[in-house]
Design a protein around this ligand. Structure first.
Ligand SMILES: [Zn+2]
Length: 320
């Protein structure tokens, strides 16, 4: 029996049920929020998260995995409030979400010292609470795998090897960061089945995703609803082909939805959400409303496959 840490303590991995593997209950810059708290409405943020969670629960979702790390406004107390109000399981992470920038604090410490921070979150508790982080997050984006990004990846890898906690790495298929990210983790001795390369679903190129799958890792087809990176029909084509090729056991499907996000002023967010070339149906429920039904119609997702992708894969990746 393997267990998974949630914001309300450990559960049997087999109890996770239908799981959304990559959704954000809130995404914001913690430095801005700390310095100008009056610019944020915590109750409105909580209400937005709870409303989305309840919609997901309407589709049978029992667990939400929230990969909001440092620089995304990680706040396990907020996640616990969401869990307590709705009864859903929420799984929290440690790690650093940076495309290159590192504070001097981490710039002047080595990989092992950084890893020790992650290990503390996993083994002792996170942000001064007894909530244990269940996985480790890092990122590579348009700048590629820079020196700083590589350092963070190696720190994540060492914390993973030490604790058995899995890694989720944000990637950018447009500049093909995935293969190098996998290579670093494997060099550090991380088990392939503990690695998840997020955002592979932004690629229209099934062979690119296949190349990453060939290393034995999980691929995230996890930004449904964001045509600004790739429209739903093109995502679906890749997802269907991967299932047809028999990769159900290494595929996870999600939306990377942010119940609230501070990246844009509200009026710009409204414009983006009103433009279906940018954002289309983005929510905690799009995959159940549009994607799964379409995959079923294509004959590539029966009940067993649904169970593999949405129940067994998250439990296998997270359980330890
Ligand atoms: Zn994300």
């Amino acid at each position: 029996m393997s267990t998974v840490e949630t914001v309300n303590g450990p559960i049997d991995a087999a109890e996770m049920g239908v799981t959304l593997i990559h959704e954000h209950l809130r995404f914001r810059d913690e430095a801005v929020a700390e310095n100008w708290p009056g610019r944020y409405d915590e109750q409105a943020e909580l209400d937005a998260a709870v409303e989305e969670i309840r919609s997901a629960q309407g589709h049978g979702v029992k667990t939400i995995v929230d990969p909001t790390a440092m620089f995304g406004g990680r706040d396990v107390r907020f996640l616990k409030k969401c869990a307590d109000e709705t009864g859903i399981n929420v799984v929290a992470c440690t790690g650093i979400y940076t495309y290159d920038y590192l504070p001097h604090y981490f710039e002047n410490r080595d990989e092992d010292a950084i890893a020790a921070h992650f290990v503390d979150d996993i083994e002792k508790g996170t942000q001064g609470t007894d909530i244990k982080s269940a996985f480790i997050k890092c990122a590579a984006d348009a700048a590629g795998v820079t020196e700083h990004v590589e350092k963070v990846h190696r720190a994540c890898a060492r914390a993973s090897v030490q604790t058995g906690a899995p890694i989720m790495a944000h990637s950018m298929p447009a500049v093909q960061t995935g293969p190098r990210q996998v290579e670093i983790f494997l060099e550090e001795g991380v088990a392939p089945e503990k690695i998840q390369i997020a955002h592979c679903g932004d690629s229209p190129d099934v062979e690119y995703v296949q190349g990453i799958l060939d290393k034995g890792v999980y691929v995230g087809l996890d930004r449904y609803g964001l045509p600004m990176f790739l429209p739903t029909d093109q995502r679906n084509a890749v997802t269907a082909e991967l299932l047809r090729r028999g990769h159900a056991e290494r595929v996870v499907i999600s939306q990377d939805y942010c119940a609230s996000i501070d990246w844009f002023p509200p009026e710009v967010q409204d414009v983006l959400r009103g433009n279906t070339d940018m954002i289309d149906g983005w929510s905690f429920t799009l995959v159940f409303e549009q994607v799964v039904p379409w995959l079923r119609e294509q004959g590539v997702m029966d009940d067993d496959t649904f169970n593999t992708v949405f129940v067994e894969n998250p439990a296998r990746w997270l359980g330890r």
